[in-house]
Unconditional design. Structure first.
Length: 251
């Protein structure tokens, strides 16, 4: 019994030193594993003498301080959750129309589309509206107007010359090969390409395949990634939004 008491005393001292060192290094009280230290104390307690209980009480006191810090942290966060919307409303009420529009533009993250207006188009339109004769269109002398075909637009380089059906088939084939090996595949791995336009077309193809029920996409919050898997036999359809930044950063 004496040997057990000595071993328990050594273990108790080591536990106190470990807790003290952890408290010194950890800035976040929730990073300290309280259950671990309490579990170790529970194992040692039956072997301790009355003299050792002083050290045991010191460890419990430090654990209590950690729990108190955790409680204060939760209270602080709770107050921020209550005050946050109120502060936001106050800030909005003090903004001018121009400042509010700027804040909304910075916070806006539109869904990916193949056809969308750019800031260059907006500036060009504003420049046109600022002209004196903005409502007068120039007449073409000696030429008749005609409708330009899609092929002519491709030859002029105004639209991308790409076969969407072929892109969809290639993307579906690549997904099928990788899913057969790993059961799932990283979304960014499929759309990765050096050319931004090709990345967007691949993203469009994946969106089409998911809409047709050939594949399924899910988001893993722990890894902060989107994954592609086989479409379930029975399940409900649910819309999922993939940010423009997630597609643009894939390479």
């Amino acid at each position: 019994m004496i040997v057990l008491s000595v071993e328990a005393r050594v273990k108790l001292r080591e536990l106190l030193e470990e807790l003290t060192e952890t408290l010194r290094k950890a800035s976040d009280p929730f990073k300290i594993d309280i259950r671990y230290f309490i579990g170790e104390l529970e194992k040692i307690l039956p072997e301790l003498t009355d003299e050792d209980l002083i050290v045991d009480a010191e460890i419990l006191e430090q654990i209590a301080e950690v729990i108190k810090e955790q409680e204060e942290w939760v209270k602080g966060r709770s107050s921020l959750l209550v005050l946050g919307p109120f502060i936001a409303l106050l800030k909005i009420s003090t903004l001018s129309k121009q400042e509010l529009a700027k804040e909304l533009a910075n916070a806006m993250h539109p869904i990916i589309e193949l056809e969308q207006i750019t800031w260059t188009d907006v500036l060009r339109a504003l420049n046109y509206l600022s002209l004196r004769k903005r409502f007068v269109l120039e007449e073409v002398q000696g030429q008749e107007t005609k409708i330009i075909t899609g092929r002519e637009l491709e030859e002029l380089g105004l639209i991308a010359k790409i076969d969407l059906r072929k892109v969809v088939e290639e993307v579906e084939e690549e997904i099928a090969k990788k899913i057969s090996k790993n059961k799932l595949v990283d979304y960014s791995e499929i759309i990765a390409d050096d050319e931004p336009l090709k990345r967007f077309f691949k993203a469009y193809a994946i969106s089409y395949l998911a809409t047709m029920g050939r594949i399924s996409i899910f988001y893993n919050p722990l890894k902060e990634k989107y994954f592609i898997v086989k479409a379930p036999q029975n399940g409900e359809y649910q819309s999922i939004v993939i940010s423009l930044e997630a597609t643009a950063n894939a390479c």
